[in-house]
Every structure is written in structure tokens, then in C-alpha cells.
Design a protein around this ligand. Sequence first.
Ligand code: SAH
Ligand code: SF4
Length: 365
Amino acid sequence: MPSILDLNRDDPFSPSPGELARLLAGEGPDDRLFAVARDTLLSTVGDGIYLRGLVETSNKCRKNCLYCGLRRDNSNVFRYDMSADEILAAMETGYASGLRSFLLQSGELPDRRHLDLVEEVLLRTAGSMPGTRMVLSMGELPEETLARLRTAGAHRYLLRIESSSSDLYSRFHPGDMLHNYAARVAVLRNLRSSGWQTGTGVLIGLPGQTRDHLAADLMFMKDLDIDMCGMGPYLPHGDTPMMDVPGDMPSPGERVLLTLRMIALARILMPTINIAATTALQTLDLRGLEMGLNAGANVVMPNLTPAGYRSEYNLYQGKVQVDDGLEEMLGTLRARCSTLDRKVMTGNAGDPVHYSLRCGGGVSR
Ligand code: SAH
Ligand code: SF4
């Protein structure tokens, strides 16, 4: 059977998990894996890099994921909520610089007050920032709530499965109903079947995670037929119980390489989706941005959260861009992308080509 690196894109192929695991071990070899991913990118979604202005709207969370610095039981966090006016002001700075898509991210807060706030922001955005695509990443929300937020103007939802192995998932989450693998998968499936542009992703380099787990993660994402993917290396946070979980964790360099191989394989397996070069990847390696884009990513998320809040939104330690202003970030981004022969797209919401294709060529609302 030919390797997926030897096939034409038009050939039907179903890579075996074993082959994916070998490529994740670097047997591509990597140069060739990244070159095929880049060719795939250029011939399907093109050389554009699309921007999502990230606003971290609240660091309060009802959950207790063992790896996350924002977990409910971490009392060393100054908890905040941004107001609707603050969120819109942050987005307007981005809009003035040409950003046409914004990601509102927070801990999981399914209470009425939070949902009313998000709804207000969505409705006001539709009026004041035309042509904007809103992305939400706020954990597992009930079906009716998701429907309400979509009606208010949200288009995209990101919900990482974190790990597609229910066994690994349960190792890194408390064993109660709030942290239930099957429930998370059900929310993802509901998003995918109810018209949302749907994104998911996984943590890479968790203690005890094998290449077979990661290969299965890629197959999970392909089977779900997602539109967007955001994957990043696991970065330990000192105030979490994960610091004490036994199991070998790959070195930082290995986690970077594994993330790049995952991005490249996601691009080859799902050519027309949007893939982010995540902040976690940039945090682990100074050249993470360039390397992620070169491996097949086409989305970058400049952080628009006001500095005072941004420094309190610590999923992990050492987050980059904590002090940078938007113009400074965009200037740096343009300079870095021009060395890669890629174009930073402003004035463009950057819908995933995959979504447009599955909706019959256009973008449905
Ligand atoms: N609360 C929402 C969205 C915010 S958290 C949710 O959990 O879906 C966004 C992502 O941060 C999570 O999906 C997780 O993959 C990532 N994250 C949390 N802790 C992390 C860590 N220690 N290292 C790397 N990524 C982490
Ligand atoms: Fe909360 Fe998301 Fe962190 Fe889990 S990963 S504790 S849901 S913010």
C-alpha cells in the first residue's frame, strides 16, 4: 500500500492508524511530511493567513480539568468577567485594523447572566461591525443555549475533545458527570449537525499519551468531518494536580515536533479545513508561529484581551503576547509571514473552505 505522502490528492485513501503513528514518530521523514502538507495547503486553501481576534471574556469556570490553571479549585487566580462594553471595545480595536473574525473564549459558565452577556455582544456586533464572523469557545453548553447564540449571530464554535481516547480523557478529568467524555462528544456532534462551523482539537504531549492515541485523534477529527482544528502542546501549570500525575511527558522539543506533525497530518487528511498555529505552540518555541504555518496552519489568533485581564487568563504558564498591543503584533506577524511567502489577510472573515463546500458552495446562515 502506498504511503499517504506518495498519493495524489484525488486518489481515495484511508491511511491506517499504524501509518499515522509512524509519521508521528518522524519516519516521514519530517522534511517530506511538511513539504507535502505545505503543497496540500497551497493547492487547496491557498497561501492566506486568517486572523481571529481573541477576547478572553472571563476566567471563571465551573470545571476542574486537571491540567488547566483556570480550574475551579485553583484559588490563586484573580477571577474576572469582562462587561459587554469592554468586550466590544476590544473587538472594535481589531475591527479598525481589518480583523473580521473574533473568538470569545471563557471558562465554562452556562448561567443565565453569562449567556445574556454573550447574546448582547453578538447582537451588538451584528449592528456595529458588519461582515464579522463570531467564534465561541466556552465549553459544553446545552442545545437550546447553542441555538439561541447562533440565532444571535454566532457562526463558529470551538470545543476541543482534548483526547479522543475516553481512557486518557478520564485520566485528566475528575470522574463526575460534569467531566463526561460521552457528553462532550455529544455536544460536538450536535454542533456539527446543527449548522455551526465546527472546530475541535486535542492536547499534545500529555503524560502517558502515545502516538497511537494521537493517530486515533486524527481519525476522530476526520470522521467527525470538522471545519476547523486547534491543537497545541500540553504546558504544565504549577497550580494544578497534573503536576503530580505519573507518566512520562515528552520533552518540550518533542512536544513541539509532535504538534507540528499533527498539524501537517491534519492538513493532509483534511485539506480544506482551517488550522490554527496556537498560542501554546508559540509559547513552547519562539519560532512556533513560523513552524506551525509552515507545517500547514492558516489561522493566527492575535490576543485583544485588555492587558490587565490578559495576564490573569492563564490556562498554562508563560503565555506569549501577554504585553503586546495589536499594531505591534500585526507588524511582527506581517514581517514573519513575508519570510514564509504567505499573506496576512485583513478585511476577510476567512470562512473554512471545508464549510463552504459542505454547504454546497456558499456559506449558510
Ligand atoms: N473552557 C473552554 C474553553 C477555554 S479553555 C473549554 O475548556 O472548552 C481552551 C483550551 O485550553 C482547552 O480546550 C484546553 O485544550 C486548553 N488548555 C487548558 N489547559 C492547558 C494546558 N495546561 N496546556 C495547554 N493547553 C491547555
Ligand atoms: Fe475550565 Fe476550559 Fe480550563 Fe477545563 S479547560 S478548567 S473547562 S477553562
